[in-house]
Design a protein around this ligand. Structure first.
Ligand SMILES: Cc1cc2nc3c(=O)[nH]c(=O)nc-3n(C[C@H](O)[C@H](O)[C@H](O)COP(=O)(O)O)c2cc1C
Length: 381
């Protein structure tokens, strides 16, 4: 999330850090293996097909990598998915919309990985009733029945699940072609969503400017910025301990941590915020943006948007394209609402529609996998 250049300015100790690099410490503080072992797929000894399918599902993209999933497997041949209410984002996601989108992505991967095993995942959304409009409720997100069905269609996108990443690197200058965008759109066509994209320079400039202003609002607001800072995991040992949140590791963070120069506390201070404000700039040099819109905004529509988003990300992976959501302008806390309306107009959505996901699309160096908690941590059996 933080670039090397930014870090150097945060720390103000460039000589020390550059010296560290010069002494061959570039392998210092790598991503801990244990934190990313989930990306190897199901454990070879996992016999229960539900567990094998869940090993893919927990790789779903999800807000702030909070991984708010809880799965009850007590009922044979079925699974009940709950949302862990201690892992939500009430400041940036006051209506639990984004958390529900993440659950939709989880369910889509569960469905695909079940099909691969000849099981049709029959998903009943909110079987005990919907959550309140502005909170994650105690009610389950869904009950899934795993029904043997030799004819269930296998999904070729499953092959991309272990390779999919959220890519926050700077994107290169090569354009995204209309046929690539059309291929992404066609991967979502069975879902009740609308996919849009642009390669138009003026529209890109307008959307980039909105994204920049939205980032500014989120960072300058104590409560919303703190939701990110709270999940900063600084250096390998902290990443290995939590296996969630926003990973900050490598020689620069290692040194800054050792020298006490980068802490959650100083990230919240004016100098830390000033640095955070610049982080988005290199990310906004793009040749394409994409978005996913729904006509309704009930919980089912949000689940569908999550399924659509992960399918788009998987298709992009297959095409060798990078994707990175920029959700700030879609957030529904009061200070953001004017920009949310401006953003909706800028992507050509009408008043009654909801822009569920907005992302940059392009080509970039591969991103590293994000940590995942162990499967045991989300299963109640
Ligand atoms: C609803 C939703 C909103 C997201 N918004 C952002 C965002 O604004 N900025 C960002 O860097 N990543 C965003 N992400 C991506 C997550 O941070 C990412 O999925 C998570 O850190 C796990 O990483 P992975 O996708 O590489 O597995 C979002 C994901 C979802 C599902």
């Amino acid at each position: 999330m933080t670039t090397r250049r930014t870090f150097l300015r945060v720390a103000g100790t460039s000589a020390v850090i550059l010296a560290a690099g010069g002494y061959g410490l570039t392998q210092c503080d790598p991503m801990p293996e244990v934190a990313v072992e989930a990306w190897r797929g199901p454990a070879p000894n996992a016999r229960d097909p539900r567990v094998r399918a869940l090993s893919y599902a927990l790789l779903a993209p999800n807000p702030h990598n909070k991984q708010p999933w809880l799965v009850d497997l007590k009922e044979p041949g079925a699974a009940t998915l709950y949302c862990d209410r201690s892992r939500v984002l009430p400041q940036t996601d006051p209506f639990a919309r984004q958390i529900t989108v993440g659950c939709g992505a989880f369910l889509e991967l569960l469905r695909m990985a079940s099909a691969e095993q000849g099981l049709r995942a029959e998903i009943s959304a909110f079987p005990a009733g919907d959550w309140p409009e502005n909170a994650v409720g105690e009610q389950p997100v869904c009950r899934v029945a795993f029904v043997p069905d030799a004819a269930v269609a296998r999904d070729p996108l499953l092959a991309q699940v272990l390779k999919r990443r959220t890519n926050r690197n700077a994107f290169d200058a090569m354009a995204v072609s209309p046929s690539e965008a059309a291929a992404i759109g066609s991967a979502l066509q069975a879902l009740p969503v609308r996919f849009g994209w642009t390669a138009d320079e003026r529209q890109i400039a307008q959307l980039a400017q909105i994204a920049k202003r939205a980032w500014d609002i989120e960072v300058k607001n104590d409560a919303t910025f703190k939701e990110s800072v709270d999940v900063f995991r600084i250096t390998g040992p902290e990443i290995a301990k939590h296996r969630d949140g926003i990973s900050l590791h490598g020689p620069f963070f290692w040194w800054a941590d050792k020298l006490g120069l980068f802490t959650k506390q100083n990230a919240m201070e004016p100098s830390g915020r000033a640095q955070a404000l610049t982080l988005i700039d290199p990310q906004l040099a793009v040749r394409a943006f994409g978005w996913i819109v729904t006509a309704a905004n009930d919980r089912r529509a949000q689940l569908a948007a999550g399924a659509a988003y992960v399918r788009a990300n998987l298709k992009a992976t297959e095409l060798g394209l990078a994707m990175h959501p920029l959700s700030q302008a879609l957030q529904e806390f009061p200070e953001m609402l004017p920009l949310l309306a401006e953003h909706k107009r800028a992507v050509g959505a009408v008043e009654s529609e909801t822009v569920q996901m907005f992302f940059r699309l392009g080509r970039a160096a591969l991103a590293e996998p994000a940590p995942r908690r162990p499967l045991d941590a989300i299963i109640r059996s």
